[in-house]
Ligand binder design. Structure first.
Ligand code: TXA
Ligand code: MG
Length: 347
């Protein structure tokens, strides 16, 4: 299959009638799959009400079929097609954070969405992305769109159209190239089927921001205790991994530099993931700056691009600094832990 790349300027008006958006919307209606930019990462969209379309998403990504997809909508009214009851706490969260990087889990109405998209669960994950191209496409096609991140399963999520092409060229109908995404980590997934909302995946909206709107918010036990079974099926998989083994390092820059030198003495090529503040402290084969420690949202924005760059740098081992577990740092650390398979070296 020839994968088309459609460049679309997200700042122009009337995107719904942009010829590339119209082409992509038509392909979605014909149950083809197309990649689209969102404010978090690129998604691979398909008609959520059609098994054939959803099967194409799983096939292109090589995604395990027990891992359900997030359904994307452009309009709150679309919810009533496949959700009967919107709990008050969910209403408050939707008013505060939609459109935006928050996915809400609802009880699902039977018989509307593809069972493949929801992996047979009685619940459904829904979000309204905050990106003009995504919203225009969703409005134009008028369908609820199932869209996981548009990477090959296991790879870092794509934060620009080039990443999508690197992973999925020839496997999907096209990609709407709306430039680099902003947030950089995926949406926060919150289960609102229980009286107190539970974070199943940390992401672009922080726990602190959620609490400011609805009061108490819990965190799925699997996020703090490796032995517990995650409620979001996708959270059990290793993810975001660069080709070389990645180790998180807790300690001083001098300690990290000593680890680098030890491996270099063994003849290995060593990569380091650091920040603007600390870049001067390291001498390694590939030192990559991932944002600014003083502004963690810049680290989130750059994280996946940085992890992907290590693959082009031909390194044998990667050491990464760690980040505080607060604000968006919580999502950054969750992704780094997955990329590292939880390997942590402490001074
Ligand atoms: O920012 C995002 O959320 C991006 C963009 C494209 O919207 N999408 C994304 O989708 O990250 P994906 O498929 O890579 O991750 C979806 C996560 C998985 O961990 C999945 O298991 C979980 O959401 N999930 C989906 N439906 C669920 C459900 N009914 N109950 C619990 N977890 C669910
Ligand atoms: Mg993903």
């Amino acid at each position: 299959m020839n994968t088309l790349v459609w460049k679309v300027d997200k700042y122009v008006d009337n995107l719904e009638n942009n010829p590339h958006v119209v082409d992509a919307a038509n392909l979605l209606r014909e149950n083809e799959v197309v990649a689209l930019p969102t404010e978090t990462v690129y998604g691979l969209g398909g008609n959520a009400e059609n098994d054939e379309a959803v099967a194409k998403i799983f096939a292109a990504k090589g995604r395990p079929v027990d891992n359900p997809l997030i359904i994307h909508i452009a309009d709150k009214e679309q919810l009533s097609r496949f959700v009967d009851e919107v709990p008050l706490v969910a209403k408050k969260l939707m008013d505060a954070f939609w459109p935006g990087p928050l996915t809400i889990i609802f009880k699902r109405k039977a018989g509307v969405l593809s069972e493949l998209a929801t992996a047979g669960l009685e619940t459904v994950a829904v979000r309204m992305p905050d990106h003009p191209v995504a919203l225009a496409l969703l409005k134009k096609c008028g369908l609820p769109i199932a869209a996981p991140s548009a990477n090959s399963s296991g790879k870092p999520s794509p934060t620009n159209a080039g990443h999508v092409i690197d992973d999925l060229n020839g496997k999907i109908a096209g990609v709407l190239d709306g430039g680099a995404t902003g947030v950089g980590v995926e949406s926060t997934v919150v289960d609102c089927t229980e009286p107190v909302p539970v974070i199943l995946r940390p992401g672009g909206v922080t726990k602190e921001e959620l609490e400011a709107v609805v009061g108490e918010v819990r965190v799925d036990a699997a996020l703090t205790n490796e032995g517990a079974k995650p409620k979001a099926p996708g959270m059990k998989y290793r993810h975001y991994a660069p080709n070389a083994p990645l180790f998180m390092v807790s300690g001083t820059t001098a300690f990290l530099q000593s680890l680098i030198e030890e491996k270099q003495r063994e003849g290995l090529r060593v990569g380091v993931l650091t920040t603007e503040e600390n870049v001067g402290a390291y001498h390694a084969d590939l030192v990559l700056v991932c944002g600014k420690r003083a502004a963690l949202e810049t680290v989130a924005t750059a994280l996946y691009e940085t992890l992907r760059q290590f693959n082009k740098g031909n390194v044998d081992i990667i050491y990464s600094e760690i980040f505080p577990n607060t604000g968006v740092g919580y999502a950054i650390m969750n992704r780094l832990q997955k990329a590292a398979g939880n390997k942590l070296i402490t001074e």
